[in-house]
Design a protein around this ligand. Structure first.
Ligand code: MEV
Length: 453
């Protein structure tokens, strides 16, 4: 049963922890100690972290890892990844190494257009609104000059404004769909500020425009917000190699290279045909993408939402990647919209996000799009390669075993013995516990036997 409270946000951090541990925790002292333990030792840094959201009482740690050997457009990167899932970083690193020896990843930007929408209701003739639109447009552009000056100086700004008539779907509903160039910033604040100004300017326009009746003057601004669907902020990443370069891998599986390449392409085609497989396939891509997006202080929810909409753009949810085997050449490609920023937002505030961008050599947002797409493709390559050869559990269980051993407090010696033993056994929590218990029992017995009476 929940305990309600008024004014929680007004309490200071200690009071919040006090209230929480008093009402919710089994062991309130241990919980308070734990929340305190995860605070950053530098109070200035902690203050910055506290400022990211409201009601912060502690920090939640995730591993910060590096996947080295990513050759992307002939430049070598060690890529920071933040993710909790076992074997994702190992898989990305292994795919990076595989492609390092085969020309690396290639990536190219197809567009950088960001979008925003002003949704409004207007009780007039749609054709009349279309006739008024050129004047509305001029007012919107000039009336938002002060907000766009800096962005225009950097080479960005408002690119286009379209008036869309949705009255067939919802009475009186129109939309302004606005395209932006936001340079190296993700641009959410910029876009939302411009759109809110557009709302105020549209209201002003309607009140001042001559010859409108009362209903037409009364434009109803429903909402002004960026769209996270940015199909024209698009990057394409690909790898290619003669199929003969799969010889070693294929031989280790008792196959020939052509059969392996063909099975890989079939697995990708299945994800293009079947939404159930496509969801898992794309989840594997986002394992890599989200990890870099998070490490660089970008918004992984926006990236995910956009990617999944893009995957459904023809009306069916499909794989984001595509594979061909033609004339003896294997080609694997990922096309994905990625609205990323390398300036502003958390990129400058989160100490490790800043460090990630430094490790990546201070990329532009376009460079970062190429890096993130390549890691997504690498992750997808590694997953499909495992699935069509050894199966996914071998790699997963190796990492899972380490997690279980840590959870059960195994010593280094016990861990080494368990890792040897479980090379040929199925890993499960109970099997690992039984293994440790029997070892510990055997060691106790041998100590008591050798103890002098
Ligand atoms: C697990 O996190 C991701 C995979 O399921 C992706 C896939 O099936 O392609 C292995």
């Amino acid at each position: 049963m929940s305990k309600a409270i008024d004014g929680f946000s007004k309490l200071n951090k200690q009071q919040k922890i006090g209230w929480l541990t008093e009402h919710y925790s089994g062991d309130s002292e241990a919980a308070a100690r734990e929340f305190a333990q995860w605070q950053h030792p530098d109070t200035q840094v902690q203050k910055v972290i506290d400022g990211f959201t409201e009601n912060t009482i502690s920090n939640y740690t995730l591993p910060y890892s590096i996947a080295p050997n990513f050759l992307i457009n002939s430049k070598l990167y060690a890529v920071p990844m933040v993710i909790e899932e076992s074997s994702v970083v190992a898989a990305a690193s292994s795919a990076a190494k595989f492609w390092l020896e085969r020309g690396g990843f290639h990536a190219e930007i197809a567009g950088t257009v960001k979008l925003g929408q002003l949704h409004f209701r207007w009780m007039g003739d749609p054709e009349r609104l279309q006739r008024m639109f050129p004047e509305i447009r001029t007012l919107l552009m000039s009336g938002s000059d002060d907000i766009t000056t800096n962005m225009r100086r950097r080479g960005g700004g408002i690119r286009d404004i379209e008036l869309l008539d949705f009255t067939h779907a919802e009475p009186f509903y129109f939309q302004l769909r606005v395209s932006f160039e936001t340079c190296d910033s993700m641009g959410a604040n910029f876009i939302n500020s411009v759109l809110e100004r557009f709302g105020a300017l549209l209201e002003q326009f309607m009140t001042e425009y001559p010859g409108l009746d009362d209903a037409e003057r009364d434009v109803d601004i429903v909402m002004a917000i960026l769209s996270n669907y940015t199909p024209e902020c698009l990057v394409r990443a690909w790898v290619e190699t003669p199929i003969a370069s799969f010889d070693d891998l294929a031989r280790s599986q008792g196959m020939d290279a052509a059969a392996l390449a063909d099975r890989f392409a079939t697995a990708v085609r299945i994800a293009e045909i079947d939404p159930y497989r496509a969801t898992t396939h794309n989840k594997g891509i986002f394992n890599g993408i989200d990890a870099v997006v998070l490490a660089t202080g970008n918004d992984f929810r926006a990236i995910e939402a956009c990617g999944h909409t893009y995957a459904s753009r023809d009306g069916q949810y499909r794989s984001l990647s595509h594979c061909t085997v033609e004339n003896g050449v294997f080609r694997f490609e990922l096309r994905i919209p990625l609205a990323l920023g390398t300036v502003g937002g958390l990129t400058a505030l989160h100490p490790l996000a800043k460090r990630s961008l430094e490790i990546l050599g201070h990329p532009s947002s376009c460079d970062l799009m190429c890096i993130v797409a390549s890691v997504g493709l690498a992750q997808n390559f590694a997953a499909v390669r495992s699935l069509i050869t050894t199966g996914i559990q071998q790699g997963h269980m190796k990492m899972h075993l380490i997690n279980i051993l840590n959870h059960l407090g195994a010593s280094e010696e016990e861990s080494a013995a368990a890792q040897y033993f479980f090379q040929k056994q199925t890993v499960s929590f109970s099997a690992v516990r039984a293994f440790l218990e029997s070892r510990r029992l055997a060691s106790e017995e041998s100590t008591s036997v050798s103890r002098p009476v």
